[in-house]
Ligand binder design. Sequence first.
Ligand SMILES: [Zn+2]
Length: 423
Amino acid sequence: MKLFRFSILLIVPILLAGGAQPQPNTKPQPDAKPQTVVIRAGTLLDGKGHALHNVLVVVQEGKVVRIEPDAKDQHVPGAAVYDLSRMTVMPGWIDLHDHITWHFGPNGRIEDKSETPSQAALAAAGNAYVTLMAGFTTIQSVGSPEDKELRAAIASGALPGPRLLTSLEPIEDPKLTPEQIREVVRKLKADGADLVKIFASRSIRQGGGQTLNDEQLQAACGEAKAQGLRTLVHAYREAVRAAANAGCTEVEHGTYATQEDLDAMAQHGTFFDPQVGLVIHNYLDNKPKFLGSGTYTEEGFAKMQEVLPVIAEMFKHALATKNLKIVFGTDAVAGAHGRNAEEFIYRVQAGEDPMQALVDANARAAESLNMQNEIGSIAPGMQADIIAVDGDPLKDITAVRRVVFVMKGGRIYRNDAIVVKLD
Ligand SMILES: [Zn+2]
């Protein structure tokens, strides 16, 4: 094994506690030179659809500084070298639609009235941890005001978790006038929302009919734009086209969208985030834990079962729609956290090209967040959000289940890749 040609080599057992591993020092001390970290990548997917082979990614102070060929006897003085030469390295994934606080309570069900606030907070922190460990370095959580404290805790470094963007409370009340909707948007902005989440349709368990009319949608998306906020619209059927026409940033779900609805999104440059498999399968797999709460009735579950082939068919049409900007979001709820990457597998099984599916969760997702100059690709100047999987996801998409390395902002949170070389 060529790994042993290094003079000083630390073999780190795969399942040792993360704290036993040398961590790159991303916060420079007054007298210390910034630590340089080098990642040797056997295959590097750059996040924009290109594959490079045998390269070194050089990271300093949390950012990628350069990528260079992995020449023989290459030596970067003073660098900690992480050998991922047998892995596929790529940018950390972005999940544009997550419900990071959703969890099953101590009673094992979605609703548990005896749950304490600290139990709920710990469950959310646990969700953030497993999501990061699964390779997701940025998520957009849509619909819970509790996200705000979690966002702050993760951003401060106190808790391990993905970069968190949140919409706080969603806008869903069809009784609000356009002027009241505008006011709600301004309040969300003042409260620190990163985006606005809007429900323009009922739940799919209730048939998915449109709830907000065109005027209400225009008020929500128009005011958000004026406030510099993006909009994410839960929409089925004709609400898809209404959201595109109203200039909203992104449409979620899109079940029962017609070709004309898909064309309307392409024409308006609306990002489209279909949930192809994970969310519905997760509900069906965990049915006893949801059943009996809110819209999770026997009828609702029958409806979810019924729409699976409808979604697959719609997704095929979406893939074939010219200029439609498809992005990646899972709608992860209780039971799905840490399994977000399953959505890649469902997408590829439904006909999407594996490289494109990965780009949807990298550069394309970053573009939808207007963060394409910070995250979503591996290039000089970008945040060092870098993950690796064991295997080649382009040949076997199930490799996305085997995340062995996670770096966020230059800090390593997971390294099961065994070899660390220090010199
Ligand atoms: Zn959702």
